[in-house]
Design a protein around this ligand. Structure first.
Ligand SMILES: *Cc1c(COP(=O)(O)O)cnc(C)c1O
Length: 394
């Protein structure tokens, strides 16, 4: 089996699993308890906070643990909105191809009277900083742009966007769930005020993540209760998960350079070989993308059928976001980069990990070629294209 859906989730690392099990066995106390096993858990928690903060050049006091990326996105955006509202600023700038954790939170704010401007994404899968700047208004309270897109893997000009926001004194949040542990991140240098992360995208456990919030920015609670996380996120902390997240992030960050080179080579090989399939196209810029992301559109086929047949061959891939698969609507990301509906349906996302071998790459290429050819052979749309009754789009 070849697992090529690391953008949906990753397999936990051995170290992260061992850390988690050790915590569950030994450090099971409640970090709020004053006796020894509680204080030990508290120590583990604070060590993890420190370790994680270091990875993005933040202060440990700026890290808030959450249940994952979606919660972090929600809390960051709702907090910025609350702060803006107090000053009479109810305008937010984001982009059309954000994760639904961002887009749906913005939808909710729209119903509460906020105005939302979504900047376009160009054919190369990139947002333009000058277009973000042009969208800013006197009443803009937040800009939220994802660090790397989860479907097409393109890495956004975060530092430049952050600089624009910093100059205008506007809060800047980035959903870095796909990027952290895969791209070096420095919140200081990149002018980031808030950043969301999730452990299960970098070989940590599911259901745990964090929100970085620059000191001085007041968070709004999503969950009320105890005084955990400096009163900003109630609930007994997920100590085993948090400890495992810290270990996983440490490993991921240490290996960024190595993976960028080794996995990046495999990515480029896949891009080159799959690009040889007639009437196919790579989605997003070929270099400004995550080292593990390969995203293609193939004309005349259905992504869903492609996935099922690849699954039969032992290849686990995706046609886009885990959140939209199972729905018949084409992905909002494919539409955002200008793929028409007909083509947007025929997309394939391979998100490879550091366990991929050259043999796997060859097998994937052969399998995709074979399956695309087979599906085109039985597709009425492809028949029309070949007969000249329809124009090729790709
Ligand atoms: C996976 C993902 C999320 C959601 O994170 P969860 O921890 O699963 O809630 C948010 N944003 C992006 C870009 C993601 O890839």
């Amino acid at each position: 089996m070849i697992y090529a859906d690391n953008a949906a989730t990753t397999k936990m690392s051995e170290k992260a699993i061992n850390t988690m099990v050790a915590m569950m066995n030994e450090t099971y106390g409640n970090p709020s308890s004053l006796y020894e096993v509680g204080q030990k858990a508290k120590e583990v928690l604070e060590d993890a906070r420190k370790q994680i903060a270091e990875k993005i050049n933040a202060d440990p006091k700026e890290i808030y643990f959450t249940s994952g990326g979606s919660e972090a996105d929600n809390q960051a955006i709702l907090s910025a909105a609350k702060l803006g509202e107090k000053d009479g600023k109810k305008h937010i700038v984001s982009s059309v191809f954000e994760h639904h954790a961002v887009l749906h939170t913005l939808e909710r704010l729209k119903k509460e009277g906020f105005e939302i401007t979504l900047v376009e994404v160009h054919d190369d899968g990139l947002v333009r900083p000058e277009e973000v700047e042009a969208a800013l208004r006197d009443d803009t309270c937040l800009v939220t742009i994802m660090y790397a897109n989860n479907e097409i893997g393109t890495i956004q000009p975060i530092k430049e966007i952050g600089e624009i926001c910093r100059k205008r004194n506007i809060l800047f949040h980035t959903d870095a769930v796909q990027a952290i542990g895969h791209v070096p991140i420095d919140v200081e240098k990149e002018n980031i005020d808030m950043l969301s992360a999730s452990a299960h995208k970098f070989h940590g456990p599911k259901g745990v993540g964090f929100l970085y919030v620059k000191r001085g920015i007041r968070l709004t609670n999503l969950i009320e209760g105890g005084a955990q996380e400096r009163g900003k996120r109630a609930g007994t902390e997920n100590v085993p998960g948090i400890a495992a997240m810290a270990v996983a992030l440490e490993d991921a960050c240490r290996n960024i350079e190595k993976n960028a080179k080794n996995v990046g080579e495999k990515r480029d090989k896949l891009i080159k070989a799959l690009g040889e399939i007639p009437h196919s196209a790579l989605n997003g810029d070929s270099t400004k993308r995550l080292y593990g992301n390969v995203s293609f559109c193939f004309e005349g086929i259905e992504g869903e059928s492609l996935l099922l047949l690849l699954d039969d061959k032992g290849i686990q891939a995706s046609s886009g976001s885990a959140c939209t698969s199972g729905s018949l609507d084409p992905s909002h990301v494919m539409l955002a980069i200008g793929r028409p509906h007909e083509v947007a349906h025929g997309s394939l996302r391979l998100s490879i990990g550091d366990d991929i071998t050259d043999k796997d790459v060859d097998y994937i290429v052969d399998s995709v070629k074979e399956v695309v050819e087979y599906l085109r052979g039985i597709s009425p749309v492809w028949g029309d294209l070949k007969a000249g009754n329809r124009e090729y789009i790709l």
